[in-house]
Design a protein around this ligand. Structure first.
Ligand SMILES: [Zn+2]
Length: 369
């Protein structure tokens, strides 16, 4: 048994507007005692929040900036080289979507520098986690240990202007926690794997903060829609801030347990399989949402309620919606146990034949819209 030694962000600032975000960042850097940041942005985020923050930091004592083009190990190394051995640089600020943050977090870990996360999209639980998903030189995606952000600053206006599909994807990734912890408990029962109860609680609370609050979430006011079934207003400030809090807590659950287990089970294997064998037909979160419905059914949980929630969010809940034929999706599910060997989930327990998987795809998605 090990004693916990965890890092959680010292600051979580959810704000509104560029000026306010900059003021919060100044306060955060001052509070943490950092004054010489290196700023990493994405191509789009350079224009959203990046240019003003870079300008402001360079007027002070900024150590430089670069535009990161992808979530590859190579790009993370480019950041490390750019910082070089600058003795002044004391923090890396990442401004952008998941790919930029993943490269920045990994570079920060390699350089043993703290990282400040400024997401411009909330498409997955990497906005505040100790894990970076990066492609290696062979083109394969790996989950690598990275540095938990020391602080996170979010501009709600920026997130409200981000593509709707990125917000929907964030919901898929967050709610996958509910089944990931079921898989973890199963691995404990069947394989004797250690389960971190506290990380499980945090992970379930993270997902429950959104899923369990369904009746209080803002919905779109469309004539004739029953408010209990209506489409969620995913751009509403309340919806976004609830989602942000859930995604941040998911990262904390991973940091607590030192593994992605609380937020990644069989549903993620289905998504990894779509990536590996079908070239990532949809976003990570949309793929994971499909996997979550599937593993909920295998765990005998209320998969219809989950599917209904995802539909109200606007997530695609058909194979065609994630860009796959029924038979391709069945293949992806059938091959899912090949991804992440060693992680035991309901997929390994059930060990379904191709025929059984095909029947399940029909059962789960043939009657959805
Ligand atoms: Zn995920």
């Amino acid at each position: 048994m090990y004693l916990r030694s965890i890092n959680v962000p010292h600051y979580l600032r959810v704000t509104r507007g560029v000026d306010s975000a900059e003021a919060e960042l100044d306060e955060v850097l001052e509070g943490l005692g950092y004054s010489h940041p290196y700023v990493v942005t994405g191509k789009t985020s350079a224009g959203i929040l990046g240019s003003s923050i870079i300008g402001r930091q360079n007027n002070g004592k900024g150590c430089g900036n670069l535009v990161c083009s992808d979530n590859t190990v190579q790009e993370a190394e480019r950041i490390q080289q750019a910082i070089g051995s600058d003795p002044l640089c004391d923090v890396i600020i990442g401004i952008g979507g998941g790919k930029v943050l993943d490269a920045g977090k990994y570079a920060a870990a390699q350089k043993q520098l703290p990282f400040v996360s400024i997401p411009t999209q909330i498409s997955n639980d990497g906005i505040c986690s100790p894990v970076s998903v990066l492609r290696n030189e062979y083109g394969f995606t790996e989950s690598l240990g990275a540095r938990m952000p020391a602080a996170i600053v979010i501009d709600l206006e920026v997130i409200q202007q981000s593509p709707a599909d990125t917000i929907r994807a964030g919901v898929g990734d967050l709610l996958s926690n509910l089944m990931a912890v079921e898989d973890w408990r199963l691995a404990h029962r069947d394989m004797g794997e250690f389960v971190d109860d506290f990380a499980v609680m945090v992970s379930e609370m993270a997902a429950g903060s959104l899923y369990g609050a369904a009746s209080g979430l803002p919905v779109l006011d469309i004539d004739g829609q029953d408010p209990h079934n209506a489409t969620f207003d995913i751009h509403h400030e309340k919806f976004i801030s609830t989602l942000v809090n859930g995604l941040v807590l998911s990262g904390v659950a991973m940091e607590l347990s030192g593994t992605s287990r609380p937020c990644s089970g069989g549903e993620h294997k289905v998504s990894h399989s779509m990536d590996a064998f079908f070239g990532s037909p949809a976003s990570h979160g949309a793929q994971v949402a499909m996997g979550t419905v599937l593993t909920a059914r295998l765990h005998n949980k209320d998969w219809k309620a989950l599917r209904h929630f995802f539909e109200r969010v606007g997530l695609p809940m058909t194979p065609a919606g994630v860009g796959m034929s029924n038979s391709d999706l069945a293949q992806a599910i059938y091959k899912a146990p090949q991804t992440r060997p060693g992680r035991y989930t309901i997929l390994e327990k059930e060990s379904m034949s191709e025929k059984e998987v095909a029947a399940l795809v029909e059962e789960l998605w043939s009657d959805s819209e």
